[in-house]
Design a protein around this ligand. Structure first.
Ligand code: ASP
Ligand code: MG
Length: 414
């Protein structure tokens, strides 16, 4: 007998019909002899509706009261789902986060889970019941209701799965898994059967729409096998686990990209100790996150060029800050570019395969795509290119690394 934590997101419980469908899925799993703990989100749109109500009362709602309000969304769904299960002759009990002892810190609106009690769940499971838990919420040490940040039900599910030592945490959503890249950019993107926690974290730009990235970190930390699958389509989805020997076959798992980048260049800065600190410090002291950094020294020595990337929202502010210190440090020029993107090749197989970077640069070069910046880590190579090359670049790499799905047979086309 296996124990599964099954989490259903907002779209999966968005209407009564869909809640009935979730009840069918849960009952089918029970009928196979599994123990099931269900975690649900609020019905789609509900959390936004509640936030909007709060803002009509006060533009910046008191965080504590916002949590009291937002947590009601999930409380509606747990009750409805438990009823739908009972109606099917499947004994069930619903609980709020606090009732099943999801203990968090005191940070309202983005609390972190500290501990999950299992007594109540264990006794319900032992009595043959399905346990339905409200995601996204817990209580702090003083018993105040807290919530975990938008999309937090995924993290609730993983935390419960870790505490219960579940065989798998299954995240049911409206897509059927994690793809090699965004299918809207490359229609030949394929669903991955398996992927490692590490790769999933690097592919965050693809996965973030599918599940809260914090839940992946959590699952990796507690080694909870995490499966992303569709509540509307029947297939095995994508399993996220630790690396296993058989996984070595695929060198590259996927191609992520980020449209939110901007780059800033400082040309002709003196090539002296402390200059990097001055330039990057000016930006990071303002709490602006710097992503890639590149420095090169002119062949005649003496001066250095500095290029770095920031989030596009921070671009203007970062540019101003750097302009402010150009004169101080005696640099020649500062300029920047807001129309760049980052494309990343991700795969644990890179560790054991040489020549991946060469193949990547060749594929981009063949398409006439100029690379502005490069950065590498053990399982990722990222390049910065002009925004207009995003689609072309992603597709070229997708093909070059053999990620394209095989062409569909005529009968399958629709
Ligand atoms: N209902 C919450 C939200 O919309 C939590 C979740 O869906 O995971 O952010
Ligand atoms: Mg979600």
């Amino acid at each position: 007998m296996s124990l599964y934590v099954k989490k259903f997101g907002g779209t999966s419980v968005g209407t009564i019909e869909r809640i009935e469908h979730v009840a069918d899925l849960v009952k089918a799993s029970r009928d196979q002899g599994d123990d099931v703990v269900v975690v649900v989100s609020a019905m789609s749109g509900e959390t936004n509706r509640l936030i909007d109500l709060a803002k009509q009362v006060m533009p910046k709602p008191t965080p504590r009261e916002l949590d009291v309000l937002m947590s009601t969304g999930e409380q509606v769904t747990i009750a409805l789902l438990a009823m739908a299960l009972e109606k099917r002759g499947c004994p069930a009990r619903s609980y709020t986060g606090g009732q099943v002892a999801v203990q968090t810190d005191e940070t309202h609106n983005k609390a972190r889970i500290k501990n999950v009690g299992r007594e109540r769940i264990d006794s319900d499971l032992a009595a043959g019941r399905v346990v339905v838990v409200a995601g996204f919420q817990g209580v702090d040490a003083a018993g105040n209701i807290t919530t975990l940040g938008r999309g937090g039900s995924d993290t609730s599910a993983v935390a419960l799965a870790a505490a219960l030592k579940a065989d798998e945490c299954q995240i049911f959503t409206d897509v059927d898994g994690i793809y090699t890249t965004d299918p809207r950019i490359e229609p030949r993107a394929r669903r991955l059967d398996r992927i490692t926690f590490e790769e999933m974290l690097e592919l965050a730009s693809l996965g973030a729409k599918v599940l809260q990235i914090r839940s992946v970190e959590f699952a990796g930390k507690y080694n909870v096998p995490l499966r992303v699958l569709s509540s509307f389509q029947e297939n095995a989805g994508t399993l996220i686990t630790y690396e296993e020997p058989e996984m070595e076959d695929a060198v590259i798992s996927g191609i992520a990209f980020n449209r939110d980048e901007a780059q800033i260049r400082v040309a002709g800065a003196p090539d002296q100790p402390g200059i990097a600190r001055r330039i990057i410090g000016a930006v990071s002291d303002a709490n602006i996150e710097v992503d890639m950094i590149l420095q090169n020294v002119a062949s005649d020595g003496g001066t250095a060029n500095f290029t770095f990337t920031v989030h596009r929202n921070d671009y203007q502010q970062a540019l101003e800050l750097v302009r402010g210190i150009t004169e101080e440090i005696g640099a020649e020029r500062v300029d920047g570019d807001e129309s760049i993107v980052k494309i990343s090749l991700v795969g644990v197989g890179m560790r054991s395969h040489a020549g991946i970077a060469t193949r990547m640069f060749e594929a981009l070069g063949n398409e006439g795509i100029n690379i502005h910046m490069i950065s590498t880590s053990e399982i990722k190579i990222s390049v910065v290119v002009d925004e207009k090359y995003l689609e072309l670049g992603v597709r070229a790499l997708h093909a070059a690394f053999g990620l394209d799905a095989p062409p569909k047979a005529v009968g399958e086309l629709n």
